[in-house]
Design a protein around this ligand. Structure first.
Ligand SMILES: [Mg+2]
Length: 162
């Protein structure tokens, strides 16, 4: 299995070979998000099939996730090209792993204010929490679809490099 640093090297070779050399760091990040949205889109449209079926949809999701890694690595490559003094990707991974392992669980806590907790409890008591969550999910997916449509329009003007 390649290390993240080796992935960056290999992707650098691919980028040169395929002449994807004009993309900016910002665009690499956009493409990474697009690839993630592609994975989300498969799950949204087809759901997760039973684990014992080994269906093609699982392969499709896996491929999209690796596409994300490709663009993230390429973004990191460009970041280090501009700022060579930042840690290598392997070192940054280890650094972040240690940091995350050693801190308290607090991710996302700031989002759930006491007001929201009261409101959510109220909806649960009234039996409308599921409906609310479904509405919220639908809204988020509609927003994602709109963003993808906008991005596809942009891609007509600025063709992608993959
Ligand atoms: Mg893809």
């Amino acid at each position: 299995m390649p290390t993240l640093n080796e992935c960056i090297e290999q992707i650098g070779v691919l980028v040169k070979k395929k002449e994807f050399t004009t993309d900016t760091l910002f665009l690499k990040l956009v493409w990474a998000m697009v690839e993630l949205a592609e994975a989300m889109d498969i799950v949204k449209k087809r759901g997760l099939p039973p684990a014992d079926e080994v269906p093609i949809v699982a392969d499709n999701i896996a491929e999209e996730l690796i596409d994300v890694i490709f663009y993230v690595c390429d973004a990191y490559r460009l970041l280090r090209r501009r700022y060579p003094y930042i840690m290598t990707m392997d070192d940054m991974f280890n650094h972040k792993m240690l940091k995350n392992m050693s801190r308290e669980k607090r991710y996302g806590q700031g989002l759930l204010t006491s007001f929201m907790k009261v409101y959510i409890d109220h909806m649960a008591e009234e039996g409308i929490l599921d409906e609310f969550m479904n509405e919220t999910s639908r809204y988020v997916f509609q927003l994602q679809e709109k963003n993808l449509r906008d991005l596809n329009e942009d891609r007509k003007i600025y063709p992608p490099t993959d």
